[in-house]
Design a protein around this ligand. Structure first.
Ligand SMILES: [Zn+2]
Length: 189
């Protein structure tokens, strides 16, 4: 299967407007538990806030209901190693229950939303697209990386990007897609 097929050919240029303040966004249940550090120069923190300020109320409500189903992991760039506690999260979705039933590997685990320190070196749009994309997987109740069935992986990727687009992050998603295309090209040359 072509790697390109999981992304739509044209992203919507409709951009989600800002509908809540940073202060209001920081109070949302599903934001990182330790709070978003005010040092907005950290691109990932700023990207999480950007998405939280622009998501519609109904999406925010869905994410509120998933607050205990995942845990943010946004490791600091300068932190080279460490032991981190990941609380056991609770996911009531049918898909997760099904996976737990068929694989002992996922019987007890934490669903962790990881934002790589490498995002600090990408453009802000790429960081925003990455945050929105992972939140889309949450809203769609997709299984976590590593335990998803191979045959559903690309279908889930496509569905997540389509949702990101419908939320009004199409322009950012397009830049993300272009970055991956460039990487593929560079890998070949
Ligand atoms: Zn994905």
């Amino acid at each position: 299967m072509s790697k390109k097929s999981h992304r739509q050919k044209t992203s919507s240029q409709k951009k989600a407007p800002y509908i809540r303040t940073v202060t209001k966004a920081m109070e949302l249940d599903w934001m990182p538990h330790w709070g978003i550090s005010p040092d907005l120069y950290q691109k990932r923190n700023a990207a999480v806030l950007e998405v939280a300020c622009r998501l519609s109320d109904d999406v925010v409500e869905t994410l509120d209901s998933k607050t205990d189903s995942f845990y943010w992991f946004i490791p600091q760039v300068g932190n080279l190693a460490g032991l981190f506690p990941f609380p056991i999260t609770h996911d009531d979705s049918e898909e997760e229950a099904e996976l737990e039933a068929e694989s002992p590997f996922v019987e007890r685990y934490s669903k962790v939303l990881y934002l790589s320190p490498n995002l600090e070196r990408t453009s802000f749009a790429i960081a925003v697209a990455s945050v929105a994309h992972e939140l889309a997987h949450l809203v769609l109740d997709h299984p976590t990386a590593g335990v998803s069935k191979r045959d559903s992986y690309w279908a889930n990727e496509k569905a997540a990007w389509e949702l990101v687009d419908s939320w009004g992050f199409g322009p950012e998603a397009k830049k993300h897609a272009n970055l991956y295309k460039r990487r593929e090209r560079d890998a070949k040359s």
